[in-house]
Design a binder for this molecule. Sequence first.
Ligand SMILES: Cc1ncc(COP(=O)(O)O)c(C=O)c1O
Length: 449
Amino acid sequence: MKAGGLSWWIRCFVCFQEPPRKNSAANPQTEMVPVVYLVTQSIHCSNVPRNVNLEKLRSGYLFPEISRHETEHLQKNPDARLIRLGIGDTTQPIPDTITQAMAEHVRGLSTIQGYRGYGAEQGNMELRKAIAGKFYQDMGIKANEIFVSDGAQCDISRLQLLLGPNVTVAVQDPSFPAYIDSSVIVGQAGELEEKTGKYRNIIYMNCGPENNFFPDVSTIPRTDVIFFCSPNNPTGHAASREQLKQLVEFAKANGLIIVYDSAYATYIRDGSPRSIFEIPGAQEVAIEVSSFSKFAGFTGVRLGWTVVPEDLRYSNGFPVIKDFNRIVCTCFNGASNIAQAGGLACLSTDGYQALRNVIDYYMENAKILVDGFESLGLKVYGGKNAPYMWVHFPGLSSWNVFSEILKKTNIVTVPGRGFGPAGEEYIRISAFGPRQQILEASRRLKFYL
Ligand SMILES: Cc1ncc(COP(=O)(O)O)c(C=O)c1O
């Protein structure tokens, strides 16, 4: 057996010291001089090479980078009253009727009658039926095509495991970073091109105001898979029925699979489709991932689902659902039964109504922020069918705008560049804050910008 090896590291320290003296007489005026120390250090290394795909990943994920800026700002301005409109985390309490259902389930676990161990890997059938009934009524989606999970982000990675390294993918630009990062990790992407900020082998479909946030499908090179998110994070744009029809037709004509992310579907208010399966024929070309996170404030509780229709098949005719079932059984042992009890309560009449009230609250926040930015003469997208606003600062770098807003108003946003090259000149604002903070943010923006 081969043993691990020792690697030598050189560390460099700079200290300020008095210069060496020729005679021993002390001289209080002596200036300190920098002295460089080089220290060699050995650390044990295994013989395991680093995964080359992880080596390709751009260092630093967007949100930790923003936290770093936030910390630096607070160190310089310890009295700053920060308002965080950056990371899209929910802030309002989960309605009582839902937490009570979870609490009852927890109490039951301490009794002989109520104790439950492992459940079905695919999720509790009652919850799968409730999801089918609430979100896919009249779309022909059956409960057995719904796989309950611990969240959409985990399902995106499980889908990547299903697809493997040999498929080609396209993403919206800008887009939620998990699609690209998971593509790189699984081995679908080439090297990052520093100049363009794009990974080789990934097709970036520009989605901005100039094309109504929808790519011209006649010009997109064919890929095996398209990741598509609606309402979109970060732009807040909900794709219209006409746009989604085009997408489904394109997928059918080119024999590709759409991975459709509907994590924000319950925020849609204008009649745009809430699911890709509202489009006829989508069951032969699409998988849908979705989540209780933003719908029910479950970002910490963790619950989501993925729909894989029985009609979706690989080029050799094999049903995709069978492979996804295998992945779920191998890589996941089912969502927490406590979270699933909460999920069922979310879909009860009372639970669902209570959640709609919370969503209305966030959307009122969005309206306040849209009005605030528009009153400054800025062009604001989103905020009507999604809890995100996409604000345009023509000609400016998004990281500079982010820093300027933080410095002048103590408001944390997200630089659009973090969502892809097409996010330059934009910042993303989240409407998930408490109302008082939203009002204060709007006041500060008007006053300081
Ligand atoms: C578009 C989109 N998909 C998926 C997720 C992840 O959702 P979950 O909390 O269910 O993992 C997020 C989270 O912000 C998101 O914005």
